[in-house]
Design a protein around this ligand. Structure first.
Ligand code: IVH
Length: 703
């Protein structure tokens, strides 16, 4: 569908057909939206609506009273008693960038000039100068759902959803359970007060709700707004109560017996004094330049909050000026919603492919029709593993929702089912490795699928890359590209081969000369002196990261003792247990690895610790992380969860379970926790990947 969204202006007949199509589609999606079951992201909705607006402006004869451009929202559901809104609850016009914000400002100035000019009959001057607009009130545009709450003599008597703007649904029973909304106002309450605001779900509450949904085996809510909508429209108020909804009040609807106000911000302050929750980031700003700076600032910080907002609302602050500007069919002229670029868009899922990691792990990923979302163009997104693909049930050819919020890696949220082509089939994991063509295997009880061909080129390269790495044998001058070339030219097929490289041939290769070859030779030669613990780490033994390698070396003292040790003895090693023991045993029992060990022994590598057993671990580690606090989230390739923590502790650092302002860095692997990431972003804690983590361990610094 993504490709069909932007049509050429074309002929009049094309336009008429497109307008009808857009009207129908937008009405369909708007009904779903108000039923709390949206199928497409807001960003898509907005771009369809913009296209319709443009076409209707060019062809006013095609505007129909039922067109979504003429209506504020969806008709109310009769399941909840209707409530009339007086005055109507209007919508807002949108500005999608700073240019559109400026255009709105100019329209406001022009309209005011016209109003001024009218009495004397003079023609309005399209001037950008006097009369000015005065101050602006700038508020967050909360991404929840609008309600109206009515108080009589200070007591909450009714609450209603917005509905179509004129008539909403009575949700008093649910709204009474929202802790933020007072049942009784404080202080000098007016005889009648009707306020408008947004019901939202805080992100922390949303995550807790989804955790509970998962425990009960129920489907997760896709975003806080859907969850808030579903929670409010509950017949059983107890359900609403346990969801923990919040509320922000942003507009006075109607009052009797209230003080006279001249400014919108003043009304907000008064509402706050009555005990209503008014957001602390409502600001009064003197001119458009200040507004622009303010919206840009909040756009940058939008993920630093525990609630979502999808833009800011700019309002003319002076109430008399508001009255002079008035409203049009849909929205006030005195306000504009400045919307951030969308973080969710739909696009076509071109295919699901599998990538093979350095240790043979087969990871499915989505190849997407490139889509601009969250500030970048996204063409691929990981799907993690077979179960994740099945849970999302995304299928090649589907229209899918892609989300990228902040710095977080892009994610495929799920398919738009109404757009699925008939006869599509669920995706199934390929049987063979896309690199070597051998069979893939998924071990019982594991989520990962593996290429188990020891000679798969990707794994050959992966093992060599890991072996030469800085934290392993530290062989310089051998980057990914050269390893690929050497493997490709059959100069190298395993790590033993490094110690019998044909340097004469290498010297003939493009990009090499005598000096670089000598450097390489020297670096390989020096690696023979690396301690046993490094060698054990370098061998890519599953479960054996840096710390476990040190423990293993220290516990057995030499390779032969490890070769002889049975699983029980291995399991008794401090911090090991049966899983690590089984993994080590299996690795050393594999004939390929036995041959490898013998090859390395003949090449002259260190097969035993040179100090008495037990001292190596302490000696090898300088306290690079002294005084630092490093938090790890998600799955790392080279460390188990515990291993990463031990690596930090062993270097004098601490590794608490959550991020705070004192955290030095947050290390993220695959599937990091959203709350840790958010906390890191809001506290300005650097977020680093595994490579930078490795560097941090080695040097106490990261790039
Ligand atoms: S004022 C007559 N202020 O955005 C003006 N609306 O797209 C009425 N919204 O229906 C709206 N935050 O649901 C206003 N600070 C804010 C808002 C806000 C969120 C919502 C509201 C409105 C929609 C319009």
């Amino acid at each position: 569908m993504a490709g069909a969204d932007t049509a050429d202006p074309g002929t009049a007949r094309d336009s008429a057909a497109r307008v009808r199509e857009l009207q129908a589609r937008l009405n369909h999606h708007s009904a779903l939206y108000y039923a709390g079951k949206p199928e497409i992201p807001d960003g898509d909705f907005d771009s369809l609506l913009n296209e319709l607006k443009t076409l209707e402006e060019q062809h006013p004869e095609l505007v129909h009273p039922d067109s979504p451009t003429q209506r504020v929202g969806a008709p109310p559901d009769t399941a909840f008693a209707p409530v009339r809104h007086e005055p109507p609850m209007m919508s807002l016009h949108n500005a999608l960038d700073i240019e559109e914000l400026r255009a709105w400002h100019e329209r406001v100035l022009r309209a005011l000039a016209a109003v001024e000019a009218r009495p004397s009959g003079e023609e309005a001057l399209p001037t950008l100068e006097a009369p000015g607009v005065g101050d602006f009130s700038v508020e967050l545009k909360f991404d929840g759902l609008a309600i109206s709450v009515r108080y009589e003599n200070g007591v909450l008597v009714r609450a209603a959803t917005r509905g179509d703007g004129r008539t909403g649904e009575d949700v008093t029973h649910s709204v009474r359970t929202i802790a933020d909304i007072p049942i009784r106002l404080r202080g000098d309450a007016p005889a009648v007060l009707e306020v408008r605001g947004e019901v939202i779900l805080r992100l922390s509450t949303f995550e807790a709700l989804n955790a509970r949904q998962a425990e009960r085996g129920e489907k997760a809510y896709v975003n806080p707004r859907n969850a808030a909508a579903g929670s409010l429209r509950q017949k059983d108020a107890r359900v609403t109560a346990e969801r923990g909804l919040s509320f922000w009040c942003y507009q006075l609807g109607y009052a009797e017996g209230a003080p006279a106000f001249s400014s919108h911000i003043q009304t907000l302050e008064w509402l706050r004094s009555l005990g209503l929750p008014v957001n602390e980031y409502s600001a009064r700003l003197p001119d458009l330049a200040a507004v622009e700076a303010h919206v840009t600032d909040f756009e940058r910080r939008r993920h630093d909050f525990d609630y979502e907002f999808d833009g800011l609302v700019v309002k003319v602050d002076d109430l008399a000026t508001q009255a002079r500007l008035g409203v049009d069919a849909k929205a006030p002229r005195w306000a504009i919603a400045y919307k951030f670029p969308p973080e969710e868009r739909t696009t076509e899922l071109l295919g699901i492919e599998v990538s093979i990691g350095p240790s043979g792990q087969a990871t499915p990923f989505a190849r997407l029709e490139p889509v601009f979302v969250g500030g970048v163009t996204v063409a691929t997104a990981t799907l993690h593993n077979e179960d994740q693909v099945a849970a999302k049930d995304v299928r090649p050819g589907d229209t899918v929702i892609v989300r990228r919020a902040g710095e977080v890696i892009p994610e495929v949220v799920g398919p738009v089912l109404s757009e699925r082509a008939p006869g599509s089939e669920p995706w199934s994991f390929p049987r063979d490795c896309p690199i070597c063509g051998e069979g893939l295997q998924r071990a019982e009880g594991m989520s990962a699928t593996q290429c188990v061909n020891y000679w798969c080129p990707r794994q050959i390269r992966g093992r060599i890359e890991h072996f030469v790495g800085r934290a392993a044998m530290d062989i310089e001058f051998l980057g990914e590209r050269n390893i690929d070339r050497f493997v490709g030219e059959e100069l190298l097929r395993d790590v033993v081969g490094l110690y019998s490289l044909d340097f004469e041939r290498i010297e003939q290769m493009e990009g090499f000369g005598q000096i670089s070859v000598n450097n390489l030779r020297r670096s390989i030669e020096a690696s023979k002196q690396q301690p046993l613990s490094r060698l054990l780490f370098a061998l890519s033994i599953p479960e054996i990261g840096q710390v476990n390698a040190q423990v293993l070396a220290a516990a057995f003292g030499d390779v032969d003792s490890i070769l002889e040790a049975d699983e029980e003895a291995l399991a008794e090693v401090e911090g090991f247990g049966p899983i690590i023991a089984a993994s080590v045993r299996a690795w050393f029992d594999d004939p390929h690895n036995r041959t490898l060990i013998e090859g390395l022994r003949s090449a002259g590598l260190q097969m035993e610790v040179d100090e008495p057993a037990g001292t190596e671990a302490g000696e090898a580690l300088s306290q690079t992380l002294a005084g630092m606090s490093v938090v790890v989230s998600g799955t790392l390739e080279g460390f188990s969860r515990d291993g990463a923590k031990q690596a930090i502790l062993a270097r004098g650092g601490s590794s608490p379970g959550s991020v705070s302002g004192r955290t030095t860095a947050l290390v993220v692997g695959a599937d990091p926790g959203a709350s840790k990431l958010r906390k890191a972003e809001s506290s300005g804690v650097p977020v680093i990947d595994e490579a930078a983590f490795q560097e941090l361990l080695d040097t106490g610094q990261f790039p």
